[in-house]
Write a protein that binds this ligand. Sequence first.
Ligand code: NAD
Length: 500
Amino acid sequence: MATSRIHNFINGTWKAAPSDDWFESRNPAHPGEVIGVFPQSGAADIEEAVVSANRAHEGWRAMGLVKRAEYLLRVARLMEEDTEPLARLLAQEAGKQINEARADVVEAIHTAQYAFSFGHLGQYGRVLGDEVSTKRCYEILEPRGVVVAITPWNFPVALPFWLTGLSLVLGNCVILKPSEYTPMCGARIAGYFEKAGTPPGVFQVVQGFGDTAGAPLVSHPQTHVVLFTGSYEVGLRIKQEVAKHAHKVCTIETGGKNAVLVMEDANLDMAVTASVLSAFKTSGQRCVTAGRLLVDSRAVDRFRDRFVAVARRVTVGEPMDEGIFYGTMINQQGVEKGRRFNEMAKKEGFEILLDRNIEPPPTPDGYWLKPFVYTGAWRSDSVCLTEEAFSPHVAVVPVRGVEEAVAVYNDTKYGLSGSIITEDYRKAKYAEEHMKCGIFYWNLPCIGAGVRLPFGGVKQSGNLIPSAAGLIPVLTHPKAVTYNLDTQIVMAQGLSTEIK
Ligand code: NAD
């Protein structure tokens, strides 16, 4: 094999794996092109990484919040200098259009900067009052130990930072298991931490598959927090495994069947733009992708015609091309899943408004899907209307007014993101209060998360613990501390100290 082999980053070195099993990362636009070859890590690699992380933990924790934060700033600067090459690698490995790839890198930089600023503010606890005024009470946030971050392929640079930035600053050591579809991005991230001089064992990357590399990290008795982003099926298995360990906590960020609600009074240009961005960015392969456009029946004809006209001219092609709107699907399974959903819409009797998959693909061997748009009345027993397609597959569903739109929004097992397009603040307020979701937007697409807000969903979209800025309570254990500043002991609640 001509392509170089890239090792795991364990204990500060690029460590050759004990076994000789390797896997390839390939360019989804040109699957014949191998991007890199990576170890299929197993129990021995995991053991080494976990031991190194636990060994590094005491020194890292003792370094203090402000000093730890400075490493994140160094990493952010290194990424900033490397933005363009990193974005190009990301576009090549994940098939994301180059502008989206740059946004992914910028999101990672912002997240690392956010983690740095959090550390430099230096506040990691609270001072509290006590009913006995001579007592001083406070809580300090203690790091939990070793954090395992398991990430999907679709935000291969940003997501690892969402999960690791605050983890590190708050004093934990991190083992990242990147997706097997974007291992090169994971290795590049390890390179920044290496260059930043992060102490050995503090940040490590172990490559490989879910069952053989991810699962043993989750079940290892010496890992303390599991931060997972990916599919619901895997997330549920992780949550079940974590429940067997009293000392372990986890977050699971999973899929969605998100929607844009378009009201009768909506600014139609805004509604169409928001819907196209929500349905088709990243080829519909975002957790927050809108699979449903819930449109007031009094506006549906106008909206549908304009939406379909734009979907008809959305450009799909080579990820490196600045002039296209979206790039590839990640792999053949993604293409097949999308095709199954398109077929299902036909079988379930919906009217097909647009199916561009008869057009020639941008490259003969790449993984491509073009926009597919259908329409029909809401049916909660329809699989394609209620399940995550993770592809450019979207339904226009007529609804009557905001209350019905919100009821339809809530009528799936997911609850990740949603938006409403309306000029009426009362409708926006109603939707904000009644939509069962973790992320809500008004007059915006339902994609495009900010790093300063918590990110997560309800129902089957997660376990109600958001990531990014929402992670602090998961990454730390608040220790309650009480000092007595008096010369005698006075108990709270009137408890007597008299020894009889
Ligand atoms: P996936 O669940 O197949 O894989 C995600 C990660 O889990 C990979 O690193 C994989 O190797 C690992 N994994 C698989 N089986 C495992 C196991 N048994 N134990 C431990 N780790 C295991 O997901 P994917 O196909 O990479 O990503 C697509 C999914 O991710 C979609 O459902 C999408 O909605 C979701 N997603 C959610 C968010 C969010 O924040 N809610 C963000 C991005 C993607």
